[in-house]
Design a protein around this ligand. Structure first.
Ligand code: GRF
Length: 203
């Protein structure tokens, strides 16, 4: 097995997906280490938990700054940490084209719906209000558009008549925590490649 790959995590809040990834790393379910955790929001619970775990964790505030200026600082920090893969984990910002270009096909995101349905904010509530019977989560490569890049994997959950936004979000979140590790493992292993916008097994 080669050297451990370095993962950079970007988050803005609770950080439960970050926690799930960190647990997978600690349990050696991923051949990787978390080289850097960055939050754009002060007081993000995920940032505090990264520090408690003894990981390199930084606040790079986005408030009041242009996207280009903020992204340039985040990219510099990730490059300095020599990350191989960037994982957005509840990072509430669209990335600038410069950011995406700095890590070609090396940025992943998780979204709590079966894309392309219900991109954007409050995806679980959107799904519920639309009346779908099945929802889930999507891990995808990040491009310059919101919740749009090539899909690595999806997991589904049923939607029940009795659901509200919270119960559905909780059911989806459980799958998110499993899906993110699986997707990271696939990408780091080099077993998949992107053909047009399809993520397929390398032959
Ligand atoms: C998750 O539902 C994720 O899919 C979405 O934002 C939420 C982040 O939750 N992008 P957490 O901070 O990982 O707990």
């Amino acid at each position: 097995m080669g050297p451990l790959k370095k993962i950079g995590i970007l988050l803005s809040g609770r950080g439960s997906n970050f926690e799930a990834i960190a647990d997978s790393v600690a349990a050696k379910r991923l051949p990787a280490e978390i080289a850097m955790v960055i939050s754009n929001r002060a007081g993000a619970a995920g940032l505090e938990s990264a520090k408690r775990r003894g990981l390199k964790a930084r606040l790079i505030p986005s408030k009041g700054r242009s996207r280009e200026e903020h992204d340039a600082e985040v990219v510099a920090a990730l490059q300095q940490a020599q990350v191989d893969l960037v994982c957005l984990a509840g990072y509430m910002r669209l990335l600038s084209p410069q950011f995406v270009r700095a890590f070609p096909h090396r940025i992943l995101n998780i979204h709590p719906s079966l894309l392309p349905a219900f991109a954007g904010l409050d995806a679980q509530k959107q799904a519920l209000e639309y009346g779908v019977k099945v929802s889930g989560c999507t891990v995808h490569f990040v491009d310059e558009h919101l919740d749009h890049g090539p899909i690595i994997l999806q997991k589904t959950v049923p939607v029940f008549d009795t659901d509200d936004g919270h119960s559905l979000a909780a059911r989806i979140l459980e799958q998110e925590h499993i899906a993110y590790t699986e997707a990271i493992r696939l990408v780091l292993s080099g077993e998949v490649e992107i053909q047009n916008r399809k993520v397929v097994r390398r032959k």
